[in-house]
Design a protein around this ligand. Structure first.
Ligand code: XMP
Ligand code: MG
Length: 173
């Protein structure tokens, strides 16, 4: 049967919320520069939209991790596929994630990056599924808190499909 995607959060809602998040970052980091770290590949769409709306100086870097497990559940073992290109020492780092689920990926990354002596480090995520948390993660900001549903779009995929949808949706069989 053909998959259909039901809209959970519309393109306009996502766009408005990212504008609010960028405005909050501008206010909190006034007079400073921010170094955004995107976690490939899911966070790319969110990070680009956010970066375009931030008005304090922005630099960007990316890293890629995969958590072993099936398509919809992480196992807790995180593998670093691609490290950052540049040092983060002394920088005001904001880690940008697509979605916080069990918390395993982000808690691993936070430990790894904190050891590299950033001036400050905050974590923001477009989506948060608090019901699924196994390891607590302190977030600076969340776009939307969502129920325990597998979502796609705006960078999020199902077997690499649907990342390019301009909204957040749920697959209906
Ligand atoms: P943990 O469990 O480590 O997982 O917090 C975070 C990562 O799991 C993926 N993930 C999803 N991907 N739709 C997706 O496309 C979802 O609903 C979903 N929930 C978790 C994602 O890669 C995220 O970075
Ligand atoms: Mg991810």
């Amino acid at each position: 049967m053909k998959e259909q995607i039901k809209v959970m959060i519309s393109e306009t809602e996502v766009d408005n919320r990212i504008s609010e998040m960028a405005a909050a970052i501008d206010k909190a980091y006034a007079g400073k520069a921010v170094h955004l770290i995107g976690i490939l590949k899911g966070s790319v769409f969110f990070m680009c939209e956010l970066a375009k709306k931030i008005t304090v100086p922005v630099t960007m870097d990316f890293m890629s991790v995969s958590s072993y497990g099936d398509d919809t559940k992480s196992s807790g073992i995180v593998k670093l596929n691609k490290d950052l290109d540049e040092s983060i020492e002394g920088k005001n780092v904001i880690v940008v994630e697509d979605i916080l689920d069990s918390g395993r990926t982000l808690s691993y990354l936070i430990k790894l990056l904190n050891n590299r002596k950033p001036a400050s480090m905050q974590v923001i995520t477009l989506l948060d599924k608090p019901e699924r948390r196994v390891i607590p993660v302190e977030l600076y900001m969340t776009g939307f808190t969502i129920p325990d549903r597998f979502v796609v779009g705006y960078g999020l995929d199902c077997a690499q499909k649907y990342r390019n949808l301009p909204y957040i949706g749920v697959i209906e069989q």
